[in-house]
Ligand binder design. Sequence first.
Ligand SMILES: [Zn+2]
Length: 92
Amino acid sequence: MAAHFVCTQCYHVGGRRSHTPGSFGIELILWFFFIVPGMIYSVWRMASKKMVCTQCGCDQLVPINSARGQEIVMMVQSKQSAQKEPNQYPHE
Ligand SMILES: [Zn+2]
């Protein structure tokens, strides 16, 4: 079950994906030839790993049931008032 998140940049609701910076190939080469830089590179990649929006790729995501998330959902819904779609998001 995917958690629902709202992007504060493009207001995309629902998806987020894991984004790990750097390259696995570089990591492998560093480990193969130089153990210490490989270790540092791996740690950096782990530390920099973050969840990003599936639409715009930014990391400014908020949980949909947070105050900010609800605010964005309300705003998007009022914009889409022309097409009344039943919404499944739980309201607290
Ligand atoms: Zn986005």
